[in-house]
Ligand binder design. Structure first.
Ligand SMILES: [Zn+2]
Length: 437
C-alpha cells in the first residue's frame, strides 16, 4: 500500500493505551466542543491533487474512521491526504495552506522528502517526531500539526502570524512516511490529538470543519471569517519571472496575480530565485531603435523619431504612413492677389512685369505657402505675403508698394489697394494737366 503511515511511536502522543486516550479525548471535546464550531478549511490548496484518505482511527479491534469506514490504519491520530502521483508528484509543488488563521509555534525543515518506508535511512523516527519537515500552528482553540512536507518548502517562521488559506509549505514524504501526503492533526491546547470530522464513529461534534465535505473528499476552502480565500497562484508558477520551455515568454505569479510577458527575441534563464530575462531585440542598423520598434531595421535613416520628408513615399518616422505635404491654404490666393495688385501698381508706375511676377511667385506653392498665410493671416503674415511683391515696387511707387506691410489682413490690403488705384489715377490726371492734354 502506498499510503502514508506514522507508527505508534512516531511521536510522544501516540503510545498511550487506546481506552485512556479515548477517555481523554471525550473529556477534551466536552471542554472544547462548545467553542469548536467549524473553523478549519481544507489544509491543501489544490482541488484534485488528493487521491486517497487515511483518517483518525477510532476502532478498538479493527480500524474505523469517523464515518465507520476503514479509510484509516491502526492508531493513526491525524488525517492523511495522499498526493495524486505519490512521490513522483512532489517536485511539481503542491501547496499546504493554513486551515485557519493563527500563529506559528514551531517549524522544521531540511529533511529528506522522498521517503517510502518509516524508519528507513533518512526517514527514521527521530526526525522531528516523525513528521520531519513540519509546521505547528496555534489556531486559537486548537493547535494543528502539518507534517511530512517537502524539503525547503516551509514558508513561515515561528512567531509569524498566518492567515487562513495562507501557503505554509508543500506536500512531501519526509520523516516516517511511506508516500507523499499531508498529515493534518488538530490538537487541544494541551496537545491531545482531535479528529476534526464529525460522524457516527467520531466523538467530535460539531465538526471542526467549516464545510466538512463528503467521506473521502476534501473539505471546503472557505475560511471562517466569511472572507473569500486569499487568491492562489497556479501550480508550477513562481514569484520570480520564469521562462517557459519554448523561451518565448516569461511568467510569474504573486499573490494570485498571474502575469505573462512575451519575449519575442528569446528568454534567458537566470539562477534560481532571480528573474529570468527577456532578451533585447537586435538593432540591426545601429540607429538606436531596436528591431521590435524600428519599422526598417536595415536603414539607419528610418526609425521612430526620424524626420519624415513629405511626399517621398517613405515613412521615415515609422508613423505608419509617409508625411503629407502641406497644401497652400486659402491665404495662398491672397498672396497671389497681393502680388497681382502690387504688380498692377507697378504697371501704373511703368515697371509692371517684375512686381506682378514676384507677386505670383510668392503666392504659389511651396514658397507660396508662407506668402499665402500672409494673405489670410494678419499683420505679420501680411508682411510676409507682401514681402516679395513689395520689393519690386517701392522705388517707383513707395506709398502703394509699401502699403501691405501696414495692413492687417485681406480687407486692409484690399482697402489700401483701392486707395492706391485712386492715387495713381489722380497722379495720372495731374500729369495730364501738366502736359496740358
Ligand atoms: Zn498521518
Amino acid at each position: 500500500m502506498s499510503a502514508a503511515r506514522e507508527p505508534q511511536n512516531a511521536n510522544s502522543r501516540s503510545p498511550s493505551p487506546r481506552l485512556p486516550r479515548l477517555a481523554l479525548l471525550v473529556l477534551a471535546l466536552m471542554l472544547f466542543a462548545q467553542q469548536a464550531e467549524g473553523q478549519f478549511r481544507k489544509p491543501v490548496a489544490c482541488d484534485d491533487c488528493i487521491w486517497d484518505w487515511y483518517y483518525y482511527d477510532h476502532g478498538s479491534f479493527a480500524v474505523q474512521d469517523w464515518s465507520c469506514g476503514n479509510s484509516t490504519y491502526g492508531d493513526h491520530i491525524g488525517s492523511d491526504y495522499s498526493l495524486r502521483g505519490n512521490n513522483d508528484a512532489i517536485d511539481t509543488g503542491n501547496d499546504v495552506v493554513a486551515a485557519a488563521a493563527g500563529t506559528v509555534i514551531s517549524t522544521e525543515d531540511g529533511y529528506f522528502d522522498h521517503c517510502t518506508q518509516c524508519g528507513g535511512a533518512q526517514c527514521g523516527l527521530g526526525f522531528g517526531n516523525g513528521f520531519a519537515n513540519q509546521v505547528y500552528i496555534d489556531h486559537g482553540t486548537y493547535k494543528a500539526m502539518y507534517g511530512h512536507m517537502r524539503t525547503g518548502s516551509i514558508m513561515v517562521e515561528p512567531g509569524e502570524t498566518v492567515e487562513c488559506g495562507q501557503v505554509i509549505g508543500q506536500i512531501g514524504s519526509s520523516g516516517c512516511s511511506t508516500g507523499a501526503h499531508l498529515h493534518f492533526e488538530p490538537q487541544t491546547s494541551s496537545g491531545t490529538a482531535v479528529d476534526p470530522y464529525e460522524g457516527d464513529c467520531s466523538p467530535t461534534s460539531p465538526s471542526l470543519w467549516i464545510d466538512q465535505g463528503a467521506h473521502r473528499d476534501l473539505p471546503g476552502e472557505a475560511c471562517g471569517d466569511g472572507e473569500p480565500p486569499p487568491p492562489q497562484c497556479p501550480e508550477g508558477t513562481y514569484e520570480v519571472w520564469t521562462c517557459n520551455e519554448a523561451k518565448t515568454e516569461r511568467r510569474r505569479c504573486i499573490d494570485g496575480v498571474d502575469s505573462t510577458e512575451p519575449c519575442p527575441a528569446g528568454c534567458v534563464a537566470m539562477a534560481v530565485g532571480i528573474n529570468d530575462e527577456c532578451m533585447m531585440p537586435p538593432d540591426g542598423d545601429g540607429d538606436s531603435s531596436r528591431a521590435d520598434v524600428d519599422c526598417d531595421d536595415g536603414d539607419a535613416a528610418i526609425h521612430p523619431g526620424a524626420v519624415d520628408t513629405c511626399g517621398d513615399a517613405i515613412d521615415q518616422d515609422c508613423s505608419g504612413a509617409d508625411a503629407t505635404c502641406m497644401l497652400p491654404p486659402t491665404g495662398g490666393v491672397g498672396g497671389a492677389a497681393g502680388g497681382v495688385s502690387a504688380g498692377a501698381s507697378g504697371a501704373a508706375a511703368g515697371s509692371a512685369g517684375i512686381g506682378g511676377q514676384a507677386g505670383m511667385t510668392a503666392g504659389a506653392p511651396p514658397i507660396g505657402g508662407a506668402g499665402g498665410l500672409g494673405g489670410v493671416g494678419g499683420a505679420s503674415a501680411g508682411s510676409a505675403g507682401a514681402g516679395t511683391t513689395g520689393f519690386a515696387a517701392p522705388e517707383r511707387s513707395s506709398s502703394c508698394a509699401a502699403s501691405p506691410r501696414g495692413g492687417s489682413g485681406r480687407a486692409a490690403w484690399l482697402m489700401l489697394a483701392s486707395l492706391c488705384v485712386l492715387a495713381i489715377r489722380r497722379r495720372a490726371l495731374v500729369h495730364r494737366d501738366q502736359l496740358g492734354v
